[in-house]
Design a protein around this ligand. Structure first.
Ligand code: ADP
Length: 401
C-alpha cells in the first residue's frame, strides 16, 4: 500500500500543511496543501489539490475556545478520507529552534520534546506553537511517528566567530548567540542548485529567501557560512512586519523615552515594523509595488538597500561571490526587486539579463556576468517530507537517526 507524509508548520495564528505521496517525493508534486488560518479569532480550514483547486473548507464557530487537538482533528479526518487506500506514514514538523545541539532532523520522543521545551525562551513566539501541534498529534494518533525538522540546523556548521555576540561570555553559556533561520529553505535551495548547476553549487553563493520573513544565507560548497538572522528571526533584512537589524541603542531610547515594556517592544519590532511600519500602508510587497505613495516607495527602497548591504557583508564572509539565488514570494515573483538589488550589486560584477529577469527564467544573468544570478522556487514542505521519511524509516528499522 502506498504511503503519504504530512508536513506541518504550526504558528500562533495559522497551521500550514502539505501532503506528499512517498512514491512521488522527488517530483516536487504534492497531493494536497492548505492551512488552518485565523486561530484565536475565526478559524478556517482550507485544503487545495496539486493544481490549486479547492478540495474542502471548514469554519469553526467564531469565539469558540479551541485547543490544537480541536483544530488538528478535522484535518486528520479529512486527510484519512482524502488518502483513501493510502496510509499516513509519518508527520514532519517545522520546528523553529533546535538550539546548539540539534544539527539534523530527529524523531520526536518524550526526551526530545522535553529538550525542545527548554528552547522556548529563545523563540517564544514560535516554539510553543510548534510543540503544541506535536503534543496534539500525539494525543490524536499516539502511534504515528513524528519528526522535528529544524530551521536552525542548516546553519549548525557556522564558525564560532560568526555565531558569537559581543556580550559578556556568561550569556553565551545560556545559548545567547547567533543561530540563523530559514534553514529548511536554504537546504532545499542548495540541493536544487546542485542538480541545476553543480559547478556553481560548489562555489560561493548567496541565497536570498525573500518572503514575509526574509533573510540571506552565504553558502560555500552548499554549506552555510554566514546568514543575516541571528539569535532570533528578527535580525538582518527589513521584512513584512519585522524591523531587521537595528541599533540596540534605539531600543534603549524607546524604553527610556516612551516607557515601552518588553512586550510592547516585542509587538512593535515583530508586528508593526518593516515594510508595514515604513510604508504605513501594507506589509505586502505587491501592494507596495502597485502604490504611487511616496512612503510605499521609500519602504521598497529600504528593503532593497538593506538586501544589497547585507549581501556585501556576506560576500566578505565568503571571500568573494560566484552566485546569487532569489527565492520565496518576493524573490521568485518580483522582477523589479531582483533588478534593483542587482543594480546595487553591480560593483560585484553582476550583470542582469533584463528579458530573462522579466520572464522569471531560471538563469537571469548575462553570460559575461561575474556572478551567476538564478531563481529557485523554494519548497520547505518538500524538504520536511524528505527528512521525515528518512528519519521515520531509520526509526522503524532500528537504524540510529
Ligand atoms: P511567507 O513568508 O508567508 O511564506 P511568501 O514566501 O509567500 O511568504 O512571500 C510573501 C511575499 O511575497 C509578500 O510580500 C507578497 O506580496 C510577495 N509576492 C508574492 N507574489 C508577488 C508578486 N507577483 N510580485 C511581488 N511580490 C509578490
Amino acid at each position: 500500500m502506498s504511503q503519504a507524509i504530512l508536513s506541518l508548520n504550526a504558528g500562533s495564528s495559522s497551521i500550514k500543511f502539505a501532503l506528499h505521496d512517498v512514491a512521488a517525493l522527488g517530483s516536487g508534486k504534492r497531493l494536497s496543501h492548505g492551512q488552518i488560518e485565523g486561530i484565536g479569532s475565526a478559524p478556517h480550514f482550507v485544503a487545495r489539490g496539486a493544481d490549486g483547486a479547492l478540495l474542502t473548507e471548514y469554519r469553526w464557530p467564531s469565539g469558540a475556545a479551541l485547543a490544537h487537538e480541536d483544530l488538528l482533528a478535522p484535518l486528520l479526518t479529512w486527510i484519512t478520507s482524502h488518502l483513501g487506500a493510502q496510509s499516513l506514514a509519518a508527520v514532519g514538523h517545522r520546528i523553529v529552534h533546535g538550539g546548539a545541539t540539534h544539527d539534523r532532523p530527529v524523531l520526536l520522543t518524550d526526551a526530545v520534546i522535553a529538550d525542545l521545551d527548554k528552547l522556548v525562551p529563545l523563540a517564544p513566539l514560535h516554539q510553543p506553537h510548534n510543540l503544541a501541534a506535536v503534543r496534539a498529534l500525539r494525543k490524536l494518533r499516539p502511534g504515528l511517528p513524528q519528526v522535528a525538522c529544524f530551521d536552525t540546523a542548516f546553519h549548525h556548521g557556522m564558525a564560532p566567530t560568526v555565531t558569537r555576540l559581543a556580550l559578556p561570555r556568561r550569556y553565551a553559556a545560556e545559548g545567547v548567540r547567533r543561530y540563523g533561520f530559514h534553514g529548511l529553505s536554504y537546504e532545499y535551495i542548495a540541493g536544487r542548485l546542485r542538480e541545476q548547476a553543480p559547478t556553481l553549487a560548489r562555489g560561493r553563493v548567496i541565497a536570498a529567501h525573500l518572503g514575509n520573513g526574509a533573510s540571506l544565507c552565504g553558502m560555500a560548497d552548499g554549506r552555510s557560512v554566514d546568514t543575516t538572522m541571528g539569535l532570533t528571526a528578527l535580525d538582518g533584512l527589513v521584512m513584512g512586519t519585522r524591523c531587521g537589524s537595528i541599533d540596540p541603542g534605539a531600543l534603549l531610547y524607546l524604553q527610556q523615552q516612551h516607557g515601552m515594556s518588553a512586550s510592547a517592544l516585542e509587538h512593535l519590532l515583530y508586528h508593526e515594523s518593516g515594510l508595514l511600519g515604513v510604508s504605513g500602508i501594507s506589509n505586502d510587497m505587491r501592494t507596495l509595488l502597485d502604490s504611487a505613495d511616496v512612503h510605499a516607495r521609500e519602504a521598497v527602497d529600504l528593503f532593497v538597500f538593506r538586501i544589497a548591504r547585507e549581501a556585501g557583508a556576506l560576500a566578505s564572509s565568503l571571500g568573494g561571490l560566484d552566485g546569487l539565488i532569489f527565492s520565496a514570494g518576493i524573490g521568485e515573483h518580483a522582477p523589479a526587486i531582483r533588478a534593483a538589488v542587482c543594480a546595487r550589486l553591480a560593483w560585484l560584477g553582476i550583470r542582469l539579463d533584463d528579458d530573462a529577469n522579466a520572464a522569471g527564467a531560471t538563469l537571469i544573468s548575462t553570460p559575461d556576468s561575474h556572478v551567476q544570478v538564478r531563481i529557485i522556487a523554494t519548497d520547505e514542505e518538500a524538504m520536511i517530507a524528505r527528512h521525515t521519511l528518512a528519519v521515520a524509516l531509520a526509526g522503524h528499522t532500528g537504524v540510529a537517526s
